[in-house]
Each structure stands twice: as structure tokens, then as C-alpha cells.
Design a protein around this ligand. Sequence first.
Ligand SMILES: [Zn+2]
Length: 91
Amino acid sequence: MTCEEFEELSGAYVLEAVTPTEREAAQAHLSECAACTHRLQELRVVVNLLPYSVQQVNPAKSLKVRLFEAIRMESTSTHCHCMLPSVLSLG
Ligand SMILES: [Zn+2]
């Protein structure tokens, strides 16, 4: 698994919405990649702030997209605003 692949999976991983195979692959990557381990820790912080229960959420791509957009909007004030309407319409 590459860092990009992990990044795609990390939203679902942190919500425990991955398959056992995906989880193993993610853990294998984490064991050898400090950058992704750090990223995952940041993601967990964000997830803990989410105002809804993650238990009933499908591991839909839209959720991961929303997670990453939330992170990007939080960490990058110069992020393109053209992403904003699509994020809002997902909710
Ligand atoms: Zn990595």
C-alpha cells in the first residue's frame, strides 16, 4: 500500500468501516510509515469531533470525501471555495 492508497482508506479506517483485508493492509503501512501514522492520529482527533455517531454510517466514499474536505478546510484557509457547495450538498 502506498501513502496515497492509505490516505484514501484512512477515513474509513479511523471509523472502523474497512474490511479485515483493508485493515491489515492499512496496519502494515502504518507500521512502516511515520507520516501516515501521524496523519491517522490527526484524523482520529477530527473524527472524535464529529457530531454524529459513526456506528450507523455506511463506509461510503462521500463520508471519506467529507472527512478530508473538513480537514482541508480546517488546515488550509486558501483552499478553493469551489469545493464547498459539493460538501454541503452531501449532508
Ligand atoms: Zn504512508
